[in-house]
Design a protein around this ligand. Structure first.
Ligand code: FAD
Length: 448
């Protein structure tokens, strides 16, 4: 443990702490184990103490104490990240933000809330006002709003609103700095991008203003197609149909649906499926567009409530999870296909790795254009082969965000604000105590 740990805990007063090693170790993990590479690198990494502030004032007390004693501090939401974002590399404090759940206000189609709210709980609170979050990851029923902003990128809803990086999807973020006398900074508009997907290295988020969307009654469906190419082609047509209100369009190649336990009966043997979420008012138009191209095998109201697995939990990185439950020999990639030849490009990659790549895509808007992102499942052999598969994708015009690395710089090549984020870090975390090791290019100033 850190030599100043005792003094640090004393300085925290009545802020709840847990020092019991087994609990702290367990809470120090996230879903990095989807990557065999990260699993080897991050195994056994743990904080020394779990600290759970309940208010911004308590966050400030923790930040002040960490700055005073030079103790690292790693923020944590629900720890559902896939790159070890919330895993402390150098011990210290694991700062559990899940207690900051206050909804300050909802007005003009915007919510201002604490970062610790679970995303499905926030939507349940917003529903009576006819509102919901614009986009959410497939981990919505566990993930926190703050963890999504600091560690995620997009998901269900991105077919209409794009990812978190699109201007306007985060209206403001309030952060606390890590200094002997911490202060709060309000980042509005584009400035809020300084915390988007920065893994908590650029300030502790204590409040967020998120623009909302109308909460339509959503219908979720499984549509079966003879081929993956057929599911892709119709999915693309549906994605481009601007009058059809939708949240999710995900074509999935056989045999992935054979791993979809609860909905397996609705996934016919040997066929590709398309998982969609369409507003009830658009179902008729959706069916008209489909014509006789595919067969709807399941159609039901969408819900996050316990008791029924929402169909979005078979898409995005949940597809990998469904297969991992049966086969630990697989991992995944993160791809963005070129919008002007999306169907050809997906077809090329499936043909190039017939034995190793199990294809599924999620249609999204990216920079104003409709394209497909994908988290294809990969049968893992060696790290070298994994690198070669990624390099071959890039050589054929597919953008890769490497999910097998733990630093910001190596992971997300299509992120905008890298330089901005590094400069900003000097202001808000001059000693480099926030999630150290995750922002590789940051070198703290020498201590006076
Ligand atoms: P955590 O994992 O706890 O934290 C994420 C990062 O944010 C960490 O670096 C942490 O230090 C930092 N952080 C957390 N809270 C704060 C705070 N208050 N202030 C500063 N920093 C903070 N991601 C997607 O984008 N889209 C998907 O569709 C998606 N699908 C997934 C499916 C599966 C099965 C799994 C395992 C993961 C998936 N993810 C996806 C990744 C992850 O679930 C999401 O990004 C999620 O939003 C993270 O939220 P969290 O609360 O679990 O954050």
């Amino acid at each position: 443990p850190h030599p100043k740990l005792g003094a640090l805990i004393d300085a925290l007063g009545d802020v709840p702490v847990v020092t019991e090693a087994a609990t702290v170790r367990k809470r120090s993990r996230d879903f990095f184990w989807y990557s065999p590479i990260l699993n080897a690198q991050l195994h056994g990494k743990s904080a020394d103490v779990l600290v759970s502030p309940r208010t911004e004032a308590e966050v400030m007390r923790v930040a002040a104490a960490c700055a005073r004693f030079g103790v690292p501090i790693t923020p944590r939401g629900a720890a559902t990240g896939n790159y070890g974002q919330a895993v402390p590399l150098h011990g210290g404090v694991l700062l559990d933000l899940s207690g900051l759940t206050e909804v300050e206000w909802v007005r003009g189609g915007v919510v201002r809330c604490g970062p610790g709210l679970v995303m499905s709980e926030l939507d349940a609170m917003l529903a009576p006002q006819g509102l919901e979050q614009r986009l959410h990851p497939s981990t919505k029923r566990r993930a926190t709003v703050g963890g999504f902003v600091a560690g995620g990128s997009g998901g269900i809803g991105s077919i209409t609103y794009g990812g978190l990086r699109e201007p306007g999807n985060i209206r403001a973020a309030r952060i606390v700095t890590v200094e002997p006398e911490p202060h709060a900074i309000e980042l509005r508009g584009d400035a809020a991008q300084k915390v988007n997907r920065a893994y908590g290295t650029t300030g502790i988020i204590t409040a967020l203003e998120m623009p909302l969307a109308p909460a339509w009654p959503w219908v979720e469906m499984i549509v079966a197609f003879d081929t993956f190419a057929g599911a892709m082609a119709f999915g693309h047509a549906a994605a481009l149909a601007d009058g059809i209100v939708k949240k999710l369009i995900a074509p999935i190649a056989w045999p992935l649906p054979s791993f979809f336990a609860e909905v397996r009966p609705f996934c016919p043997e040997g066929r590709a499926v398309l998982i969609v979420m369409v507003a009830e008012a658009s179902v008729e138009s959706f069916k008209a567009l489909l014509g006789g191209d595919g067969d709807i095998t399941l159609e039901r109201p969408a819900s996050d409530a316990p008791g029924q697995t929402p169909l979005y939990e078979y898409t995005w990185n949940h597809t990998t999870l469904q297969m991992l439950k049966a086969d630990r020999g697989v991992t995944y990639l993160q791809c963005l296909f070129p919008h002007d030849r999306v169907l050809e490009s997906v077809g090329e990659m499936c043909a190039m790795f017939p034995e190793e790549l199990l294809g599924h895509c999620e249609f999204i808007r990216f920079g104003g254009r409709v394209t497909a992102s994908a988290l294809p499942v990969i049968r893992f052999s060696t790290p070298e082969r994994l690198d070669a598969i990624m390099a071959l994708h890039e050589a054929h015009g597919v953008m890769i965000a490497n999910p097998h690395v733990m630093t910001l710089e190596d992971g997300s090549r299509h992120k905008r604000a890298d330089a901005d984020q590094i400069g900003f870090k000097r202001e808000v975390d001059p000693m480099g105590l926030l999630n150290p090791g995750k922002m590789r290019s940051f070198v703290p100033a020498p201590r006076a």
